[in-house]
Design a protein around this ligand. Structure first.
Ligand code: ATP
Length: 364
């Protein structure tokens, strides 16, 4: 359990947040200037808050009331920045070992090298690494300090889309195989949705919402904070048939089959699929003669009207949740009110490969 209550006033900005989350990956999401970096800097000890209390498990790092302030180097926190910040004169191996030198019980190099696939890179100098490789080394170095908590501040934002996609599976693996809780800062919802267990939405220095990512992502009231184009629920499912013969894979959902462009995952693998609200079409009758392959029966749970022409509709399809964005006009014409039964239609090709990731927990 991680708890952070932080109040701090900069000349032009006030931060007032309270975050409480179980271990796992806690994502801080918000627009530029909303205070994300300030929150993790306070946790790392790079920002001394005016008022606050920060604890990891039962270890209190900051309690301004009681005059407790553990200095940064004693916090056992690993920090991965946007840029890798490796020592250019040291090899990859020496950079990794640098992480270990501060702690007597640092982790063995071997498992971290395996986890992040660094074996081929050990003798190289940072100048010979791609941006994604350098970031993997930076993550490895942070892990080798045997941290109690890993802070990652936009670790992919300096990478191009191809390199980002290449490193995401390592973050999936880090998340599912390492027991170190992670605070992950990002303004890219695709990354957050893929990785987060707990989601904290920040705006102008305050938490607007927080909770289990699976619940918050399908909450229509959170759409304004997430952004209408980025909003979308997660379906946790498993691969029923990796190769359906025509370039598609079959996934089993609570109430039907989801066909997606072929996944490189084995039969039975648990997966998380992010389905954008703008990619879901609703119909009251089961449509026929339609090119879209995925038609899932669903029930309307709530309808959230925003200020624009669209409404966000939360749907239950068995135990799965979906979010659809339709126009206010369609919502009225179809009489989409809580309890209405309908069909959610999802085009297979609209689900990007990056929206599908290995799920660390079958029961999510
Ligand atoms: N040391 C500082 N002195 C004065 N103001 C600061 C300081 N650090 C941060 N701020 C202000 O606090 C606000 C929040 O900054 P912060 O970097 O925490 O936001 P962020 O959400 O991480 O933004 P981004 O996504 O752009 O990195 C900004 O308005 C910034 O100008």
């Amino acid at each position: 359990m991680i708890k952070a209550e932080i109040k701090h006033r900069f000349p032009d900005f006030a931060l007032d947040v309270s975050v409480e989350a179980d271990d796992g990956l806690i994502a801080l999401f918000g627009p530029s200037g909303s205070g994300k970096t300030s929150v993790i800097n306070a946790i790392a000890g790079l920002l001394k808050p005016d008022h606050g209390r920060i604890s990891i498990q039962d270890r209190v790092l900051v309690d301004t009331e009681r005059g407790i302030y553990v200095p940064p180097h004693q916090r056992r926190i690993g920090y991965v920045f946007q840029d890798a910040r490796l020592f250019p004169h040291l090899s990859v191996k020496e950079n990794l070992l640098y992480g270990q030198r501060f702690v007597s019980d640092g982790r063995d190099l071997g498992p971290v090298v395996d986890l992040l696939d660094l074996g081929q890179l050990l003798e190289r100098r940072p100048v010979k690494l791609s941006g994604g490789e350098a970031q993997r080394v930076a993550i490895g170095r942070a892990l080798l300090c045997a941290p109690q908590l890993l802070l990652m501040d936009e670790p992919l934002s300096a990478l191009d889309a191809r390199r980002r996609d290449a490193i995401l599976p390592y973050l999936d693996r880090l998340h599912s195989e390492s027991d170190v809780p992670i605070f992950y800062v990002s303004h890219a919802m695709a990354e957050v949705a893929r990785l987060a267990d707990h989601l904290v939405l920040l705006r102008q220095g305050r938490v607007t919402r927080q909770g289990l990512a699976s619940e918050l992502l399908s909450d229509p009231a959170a759409v304004p904070d997430i952004g209408v184009r980025e909003a979308g629920a997660m379906i946790t499912t498993h691969v029923a048939q990796p190769d359906a013969g025509d370039g598609l894979s079959e996934l089993s959902t609570a109430l039907g089959t989801l066909l997606l462009p072929r996944l490189s995952m084995p039969k039975g693998a648990a997966v998380r699929v992010r389905v954008l609200a703008t990619d879901v079409i609703l119909a009251r009758e089961r449509p026929v003669g339609l090119s879209a392959l995925n038609i899932l029966p669903a029930t309307v749970e709530t309808v959230h009207e925003g200020e624009g022409p669209g409404v966000a509709v939360a749907l239950a399809s068995g135990s799965d949740r979906l979010l659809a964005r339709v126009t206010r006009r369609s919502a009225r014409a179809l009489d989409l009110t809580p309890g209405a039964s309908c069909y959610a239609i999802i085009k297979s090709v609209s689900v990007a490969p990056q929206s599908v990731s290995a799920s660390s927990r079958e029961d999510q």
